[in-house]
Design a protein around this ligand. Structure first.
Ligand code: FE
Length: 168
């Protein structure tokens, strides 16, 4: 990892501990309704999606499909299809991952304290399938002041206005 990338990663990873309340709902794969074995997920997802969604990996910054994606629409969970984030809440955080200041609805996501890598962060998971999405930091823009820092590979974009099928 080069110095520039490392610096950006540190800047975006919220090294400072913060006091966000972590809601806990169940353990393991999350409290959602889509429950599959890890082997089933491995067969369903691409290798990179499995590494991030099921093994809590992080894609390299500025490499994902959506960090610089500006189209209007909705971002759904790449694992289970639940709609998670609207393009209207997407903003450029400059960190190389898609960033949002809110979820579509509070019950779409789940938060969990993450103390890995010597940091105290708040992990964001899909409430429906327990898939790892990314982290949330309290340094986002108004109106929420929150920054959902999400891996592109955990998301699947749905355009707001898909072109109608051509008449036959
Ligand atoms: Fe999901």
């Amino acid at each position: 990892m080069g110095w520039t990338v490392a610096a950006v990663w540190l800047a975006c990873s919220g090294v400072q501990p913060h006091n966000r309340t972590v809601r806990r709902h169940g353990v393991g794969g999350g409290s959602g309704t889509v429950v599959k074995s890890e082997e089933e997920w491995r067969q369903t997802l691409s290798a990179e999606a499995f590494r991030v969604l099921r093994q809590k990996g992080t894609e390299a910054p500025f490499t994902g499909e959506y960090w610089n994606h500006r189209a209007a629409g909705t971002y759904a969970c790449a694992a289970c299809g639940q709609e998670l984030f609207a393009s209207t809440t997407k903003f450029d955080a400059g960190c190389g991952w898609p960033s949002f200041w809110d979820a579509v609805a509070p019950d779409r996501v789940e938060f969990r304290e993450d103390t890995s890598h010597g940091m105290v962060r708040t992990e964001v998971l899909c409430r429906r399938c327990g898939g790892h999405l990314g982290h949330i930091f309290p340094d986002g823009p108004e109106p929420t002041g929150q920054r959902y820092c999400i891996n592109s590979v955990s998301l699947s974009f749905r355009p707001a206005d898909p072109k109608p099928h051509a008449p036959r």
